[in-house]
Design a protein around this ligand. Structure first.
Ligand SMILES: [Zn+2]
Length: 336
């Protein structure tokens, strides 16, 4: 069988005609397999959803009880038969519950890695390399210029700034699912034990992470009341990037705006967003991690879903690995 007969791109997303399912479809479908809870991959309105327990929980938190018609939870490594196609979920190391999906039929194995990273992240299960015939990878940071530094070094910059500017509220922009909890956990692992204040939009997901055993320390709501104007002086406040454009952010005392994202490597992006303290912390692979992962897995073919596909395809070809870009649309890397 040709791999394209088992899985191929369609406008709705990657489709398996034999198993009659889509992976991370961008529009409502009959049967969806979801890699992780970021909104560009996990959408509401599918009739049936198969995902890890944590991804289903995250979808329920974000979209409400009726986020799909019928749900099925896949345990790590459990083999599930869908119309003669064997599928299984394996950790991707991207955010809580994030999975790669292995799809197998007649000895042909395709792995859809979804979004993934290789760096240490105590807030989710680490990426598990799977041998396969076709490895499908993203390429969000698929250019040689992208090298992500040690995230603890980035948190070190934040802690230094807190000492330098003890009067200023340090506001950290971080995406609500995954990045916010990882940043809080990193701050804790760097020895900071003061309360960390969070925007209301992060509360449910932070509670969920804590319930799943990810310790975040003393986190409190960042609610400003007139009686305590000094409460946030020198405090660390974490909120979704969107909140920093509205009045919420301006109520803090001399706010110092930080932003935790892989895109903070691009100085222009930081400048445009008015970010005073860019923190290069990414939940995606950087260029060396993409290459190391492909080398380690050793697939006979690589397909690249989204991001900067061309450079990675070219690199594979130079290594003698057939590769093609899939040009999937609708994946805007919410998580970075
Ligand atoms: Zn993602």
């Amino acid at each position: 069988m040709k791999p394209e007969a088992l899985l191929h791109p369609t406008p709705a997303g990657l489709f398996c005609p034999i198993g009659r399912f889509y992976v991370d479809p961008v529009r409502p479908v009959e049967r969806a397999l979801i890699t992780h809870g970021h909104s560009d991959h996990a959408r509401s309105g599918h009739a049936k959803v198969l995902a890890t327990r944590q991804t289903l929980d995250v979808m329920r938190i974000r979209y409400g009880e009726d986020f799909c018609g019928e749900e099925q939870a896949a345990a790590w490594g459990e083999v599930i038969d869908l119309d003669g196609v064997k599928v299984s979920f394996h950790p991707a190391g991207h955010v809580i519950g994030s999975a790669q999906i292995a799809i197998e039929k007649d000895g042909l194995k395709i792995v859809v890695s979804g979004d993934y990273k290789r760096g240490i992240d105590p807030t989710c299960a680490p990426f598990e390399p799977l041998s396969c015939d076709v490895f499908i990878t993203e390429a969000t940071f698929g250019l040689p210029v992208f090298h992500h530094p040690d995230p603890k070094g980035e948190i070190g910059k934040l802690l230094t700034s807190l000492k330098q500017f003890p009067e200023r509220s340090h506001l950290i922009g971080a995406y609500a699912l995954g990045k916010a909890q990882r940043v809080i956990r990193l701050i804790r692992d760097c020895g900071y034990d003061q309360p960390i204040y969070i925007h209301g939009a992060l509360a449910k997901l932070c509670d969920y992470y804590v319930g799943q055993g990810v310790e975040l320390g003393d986190i409190r709501p960042a609610t400003i009341e007139k009686s305590t104007p000094d409460l946030f002086k020198g405090a660390v406040v974490v909120g979704p990037p969107s909140a920093f454009q509205d009045r919420w952010a301006r109520r803090f005392n001399e706010p110092l705006i930080a932003f935790a994202s892989g895109w903070m490597m691009v100085r222009q992006r930081a400048k445009q967003g008015g970010v005073e303290l860019p923190l290069v912390i990414s939940d995606h692979c950087d260029w060396p991690e993409l290459l190391d992962t492909i080398s380690e897995i050793g697939p006979s073919e690589v397909w690249v879903t989204h991001g900067r596909e061309e450079a990675l395809v070219r690199w594979c070809e130079l290594k003698g690995i057939p590769a093609r870009p899939l040009h999937l649309v609708g994946y805007e890397d919410e998580g970075d």
